[in-house]
Each structure stands twice: as C-alpha cells, then as structure tokens.
Design a protein around this ligand. Structure first.
Ligand SMILES: [Zn+2]
Length: 505
C-alpha cells in the first residue's frame, strides 16, 4: 500500500502569544504590520492591459515577523515564469538579509496566466524589505463575504457517469449528455488591518476561482484578481494594499468561460469580487489583537502509477477510431444539409408544394432523398462527436503521460509538500502547494474548530491539480484528474494533517 510508504516530518513554530510587544507598538496587545507592492509586469513581452504585482504584508508580534506574499503568476515553480529555485532562494535571502526564518514566509500565486519579469526573486526581496521598513502598530479584524455570480464549477457530470471539464483545450459534449454541475464555495475570507488612526493599511482576502477570463484586447493582465484588488484599494484609505490569496480553485472557472458571442472580460467579474469583498471589509470592526501563530509541516504524499490508466485510454482511443465511419458528405455538404433539415424538418429539400405534387402523383422522390440525407447527416455528426471525444482523450492522456514519465524519471513514489497553518487574530488560514478542488477546501473548513478558517492552494510550491478521491475515479476525463501526480490516499492524509494543525492554532 502506498499509504504505508508515507512519512512525514514535522516542524512546528508557534509564536509567543503573551509576551509584551517590545518592537514598535506601545501597547502590548497589538501587532505591527507593513505593506508594499512592486510592479512585476514584463512590459517587453507584448501589450499590457493592467499591471501584475508582487505584494507583501509583513506582520510582527513581540518576537518574530511573518511575511505573506502574493504574486500575480500562474504558480510558485514548475510552470510559468517562476522557476523551482525561486522559493528556497528567496527565503534564504530573507533569512540572511532580514533574519526571517524560511518557515515564516508564505507565498501564494494568484494563478492568473499573465507574464511577469524573470527576476522575480529580486523584486520579492525588495518588496519585503519595503514592507518591513514601514511597520506600524495595527488593529485587526476578520470576517467573511460572499460572491456567487462570477464563477462556476468547471466539472460537468454526464449521464453516463463520467465527468468532463470546461476548457478551451477541447470541446464540450452535446448538451443533452450533461446531467449536472458541481458545487462552488462563495465565501470570501477577509482580514482587515487598520492603522491606529483608523485608516486601512491592508486587506488580505481569499476566494476560489481560476483568474483566466482574459481581457477583450488579449493583452497581459492580472485578470479577475487585478481588477478586484484595484477596486478594494481605490475605495479604502489612500495607500491601502489589497493582497489576494487564491483558494481551492482547482475545479472553479470564471462564469461564461467558453463564451463565443461576447468579448470575454475579467473586468466585470473582478469588480463584483472587489465590491463583495469591500462589503465584508466595511462590516469588520478592527481591534487590538496580538494573536499571531504559524505552523509549518512537511507532508509526504503518495504518487500514482498511471500506467494502467494510460493503457486504458490507449484502448479507448482505438475503439473510438474504429467508430469513425465513411459518409458521402464532406464538411460543405454536411453544413448546408444540416441547416436545411433544422430550418424545415418536414420539407428540407424544396418548397412544400413540390412535396404535395409528389403525394398527388404517388411518388416519394423527395421523401426518399430526405431520408438518405438525414442518415448521412447523422453519420457525419457521429464522426464529429467521436472526434471531440478523441481530442479530450488525447489532451488528458498527454497530461497523464507527462506525470508518469516524471515519476519514473524521479525514481520516487512520493512527493514532499509544505503545509502551513496561520493565525492572525480571528483569521485562520491553511495552505497547500497544489490546485485543491472545492470539496477539499469545504471539508477543511467544515472540520476546523475555528469559525473563520480559509484555505489557500497554490502556496509555497506547486504540485499541479489535487482532486478528491471521487474526482480521481474519472482519471483521463478532465484536466483536474489527469494533470495530477497524486494517488487517491493523498486526500485523507492531507485532510487529517490539516485538521490536526488547525487544532493546534
Ligand atoms: Zn489551474
């Protein structure tokens, strides 16, 4: 059993909660915080719609500093501009130059698909230094907002029991095959940090949605998150920083992601998210609160051997290829016949009076022609649907093959991941490096003893998608279950660890 191979090391750092704050706050019951952002847009990579940022909120109690970083990038390592050495190199520099232990540095990717500068490590360190140079005593408060208009679960349940996901990489199935949709989590987790004079210093917010809607001009963009953060920053005190922490968005897409009738735009979606976050921010009352704690644990998770699943998909591909049948039509004749039979199912080939003449003269020439054409259209359509299935199968099998090759090359059947649990006042956060799907996030929230518990994927590394055991049964059918290197045992292992860590906060 893979589960038996699991091993985990444990590293615990719990900040002192009771010692007087001797650094910058006159009052022992307050924390200090500083915020900064730096534009990391690669302006040489093509047209830019809106800037991408690295943002930092540094929070300090009497003894230690915790640093929260968000990057408008697709992931912390593995894919996109941020390389795998970013996290260790950046943390090492923060430790040597600022004395901040690596385990107190948390970095989350917003998962927007924008293009950032290659020297992201330097910019991150610079932003952290700037935040720390502006530390000021803060009052804090936490609360939840809600937004359910801008996203949808991207997994569609089909009548045959399989699941398909909504991607641009391939077609959706025929409408009549779709039986249901999955759940979404509308909760926005909010931490508000105010200066002692009552002005807002920063808002940290957590929500789950792939920020991949794009902008009509196709230019570089921070997508939904860029717009949401701008709305928050523009409507609070001058200089307020809005720092986003991406949630369990593995199976969550923007609404109308496949729209072909309107220019797709992240702007209205981001504005709605920003406004809903502001609504929650305004209800939060900030108080002196010096509770700051962070746990950091390395968890060893099992990898899957995907060889059998790949062989199954190879066999399915052969079956589908065998289903392709020759028809008399080509695309041109198919399109015109399809249209005519839809426009006038009774009299597709000519005006109705000619059919009446046929009847009077006891002929069925037109009816026979229509019957032949209907059959040919159906056969051609079946080939189209088979082609759509093949494109889905090939795209998802390529992901499975990639992860199988990587596993074989690595010579390892496990992968180490960093899990952190953080408390800032009433705001409790659990982080994980993969693209967690919404049921996992809701399980963790549901099992937490703390009211205001939020979950951030895409944090401190990147291990691709992390679907539930149930979603994994669909392997090969959707990106989330195919672009995944974990074995099903990972979920219980992770959720148990998360619950234990949350209890300790
Ligand atoms: Zn993703």
């Amino acid at each position: 059993m893979l589960a038996r191979l699991l091993r985990f090391s444990f590293c615990l750092v719990l900040f002192s909660l009771t010692m007087p704050n001797s650094v910058s706050a006159a009052d022992a019951s307050t924390l200090s915080a500083g915020a900064a952002k730096i534009d990391i847009t690669d302006y040489s990579a093509g047209p830019v719609n809106d800037p991408l940022y690295v943002k930092v909120v540094a929070i300090k109690d009497d003894s230690l500093t915790t640093v929260l970083i968000s990057v408008d990038a697709v992931a912390i390592g593995e894919i996109g501009r941020i390389k795998n050495d970013y996290l260790p190199t950046m943390r090492k520099r923060l430790e040597s130059e600022l004395g901040i232990p690596p385990s107190h540095v948390l970095v989350n990717a917003s998962h927007c698909h924008g293009v950032i500068l290659p020297d992201i490590t330097d910019h991150t360190v610079r932003a952290v230094k700037e935040a720390i140079s502006h530390m000021t005593p803060v009052r804090i408060g936490a609360g939840s907002g809600s937004e359910n208009r801008i996203m949808e679960n991207r997994r569609l349940k089909l009548k045959n029991g399989q699941e398909i996901d909504v991607r641009h990489a391939y077609s959706l199935p025929p409408d009549e095959e779709v039986a249901g949709v999955g759940a979404t989590d509308p909760e926005i987790g909010v931490l508000r940090l105010d200066r002692e004079n009552g002005e807002t210093l920063a808002v940290i917010y957590n929500f789950a949605c792939h920020p991949i809607q794009g902008v009509p001009n196709g230019a570089n963009t921070a997508d939904i998150i860029g717009y949401a953060s701008q709305v928050i920053e523009d409507n609070l005190s001058e200089g307020t920083l809005a720092l986003f922490l991406q949630g369990c968005a593995g199976d969550i897409n923007p609404a109308y992601y496949k729209d072909v009738d309107h220019p797709r735009s992240a702007e209205p979606l981001g504005n709605l998210l920003g406004l809903s976050t502001l609504k929650a921010v305004r209800q939060i009352e900030c108080k002196p609160d010096n509770r700051l704690a962070m746990l950091n644990q390395t968890l060893t998770l099992p990898r899957s051997d995907l060889a059998d699943k790949i062989a199954e998909l190879d066999a399915e591909e052969r079956r589908l290829l065998g289903n392709l049948q020759g028809t008399t039509l080509n695309f041109k004749t198919f399109m015109s016949l399809m249209l005519k039979h839809k426009l006038s199912p009774e009299f597709p080939s000519y005006y109705s009076h000619r059919y009446l003449y046929d009847e009077v003269q006891e002929r069925s020439d037109l009816r026979s022609l229509d019957a032949q054409n209907r059959k040919a259209v159906q056969a051609y359509l079946q080939n189209v649907f088979t082609m759509e299935k093949l494109t889905r199968l090939q795209a998802n099998r390529a992901l499975l093959r990639k992860h199988q090759t990587n596993m074989v090359d690595s010579g390892k059947r496990t992968i180490d991941v960093e899990v952190t649990a953080l408390r800032i006042g009433d705001f409790v956060l659990l982080t994980f490096p993969g693209e967690l799907t919404s049921p996992v996030g809701m399980n963790i929230k549901g099992n937490s003893p703390h009211d205001l518990t939020y979950v951030a994927g895409y944090t401190n590394g990147y291990i691709y998608y992390c679907p539930t055991v149930e979603q994994m049964q669909n392997r090969g059918g959707a990106q989330e279950d195919s672009d995944c290197l974990l074995a099903p045992e990972w979920q219980e292992k992770f959720e148990t660890t998360a619950a234990e860590m949350l209890k300790q906060l």
